[in-house]
Design a protein around this ligand. Structure first.
Ligand code: ADP
Ligand code: MG
Length: 309
């Protein structure tokens, strides 16, 4: 269905919507009335009517508990490579959810992202979904060489594994937003089992400096996360985002670092895992937030062949 077919949307409004970045029915359905008001110069009640009509056209409506249970039964899990980490996650990285890995530089975020990009391609019996992956690389740390090592660790053909990874390099936050929209579109094919954004926040942090820009940054980040969340929900795929930490100067007890992105990122991520380095090359993952799993810790290793116990 085209935007023009929504009641109350003519050619002019449709083109205003598209110019403002609402190119798909899904983005109109997820917009807030005040966003549409600002973007298209329409009244609040007109904006609300358009949003509701877009939701209806996509069959977005209340679901019964039974329907939700049926949807949950479709959830699949991708192995991280470590049994302990899989157990912590209730079996692996879930589809229809955003799993956020945050931690300091060198804590293993990018390694986990690479491993998941390989493992999603495995047969379901071996912890994969037998599907491809989209990798949005914002820090220029995607390394095909590392993929080859991990593929060989599984006895997979490295060339095939590399062919099934679509990599986009994002040079700034606007670029990253566009790649995510493109990824959501590509995912409709059903061939994508995983979308990775490594890192979610680095470009936003660089582009929006200073207190005055914080509200704008958070609004953009919120919409960006909802784009990938929707792609995960609609196509039953997994989403992995990585995040950096910053020092919290007013904290005197406990761990003085917190993830970037504040409540927006915290509330939109379904699972939050805090990674840190430990003795003897060990890494510790701590589950900080989950809708249905107890908090806890897992120990894993980063080896030549990838993530292991
Ligand atoms: P970040 O959390 O900053 O994304 P990474 O996931 O890139 O960090 O982790 C980098 C670390 O991973 C390195 O410091 C090293 O300890 C480990 N690592 C990277 N490549 C290999 C490899 N081929 N063999 C073993 N360990 C590796
Ligand atoms: Mg990294």
């Amino acid at each position: 269905m085209e935007l023009e077919e929504l009641p109350g949307v003519g050619a002019t409004t449709a083109s205003k919507l598209r110019d403002a970045g609402y190119k798909e029915m899904t983005s109109v359905a997820a917009a807030s009335a005040s966003e549409l008001k600002d973007a298209c110069g329409m009244g609040e009640s007109a904006a609300n009517r358009i949003i509701l009509a877009a939701k209806e056209s996509l069959d977005i409506r209340f679901r019964t508990g039974t329907e939700m249970l049926e949807r949950r039964k479709l959830v699949k899990r991708i192995s991280t490579g470590s049994t302990a980490l899989n157990d912590l996650l209730g079996g692996g990285i879930e589809t229809q959810a955003i799993s956020e890995f945050y931690g300091e530089f060198g804590s293993g975020k990018t390694q986990i992202a690479h491993q998941a990009a390989v493992n999603v391609q495995l047969p379901e019996a071996d912890g994969g979904l037998e599907k491809g992956v989209i990798f949005i690389d914002t820090e220029n740390t995607f390394r095909p060489e590392r993929i080859i090592q991990m593929a060989e660790g599984h006895g997979l053909d490295p060339e095939t594994v590399l062919e099934n990874i679509q990599v986009a390099r994002a040079y700034n936050s606007a670029d990253q937003i566009l790649w995510a929209e493109k990824a959501a579109e590509m995912a409709q094919s059903g061939d994508v089992g995983l979308i990775i954004v490594d890192s979610l926040t680095a470009q936003f942090r660089a582009d929006y400096t200073g207190r005055g820009m914080l509200a704008d940054r958070q609004q953009k980040l919120n919409r960006h996360m909802h784009t990938i969340q929707r792609a995960g929900d609609l196509n039953n795929l997994a989403v992995i985002v990585t995040n950096q930490v910053m020092a919290k100067p007013d904290m005197f007890f406990g761990d003085p670092t917190v993830p970037i992105g504040g409540h927006i990122v915290g509330h939109t991520s379904t699972f939050r895992l805090y990674l840190r380095k430990s003795k003897g090359g060990k890494r510790v993952a701590r589950l900080m937030d989950s809708p249905n799993l107890p908090d806890g810790e897992a120990i894993f290793m980063v080896t030549q062949e990838g993530i292991k116990d």
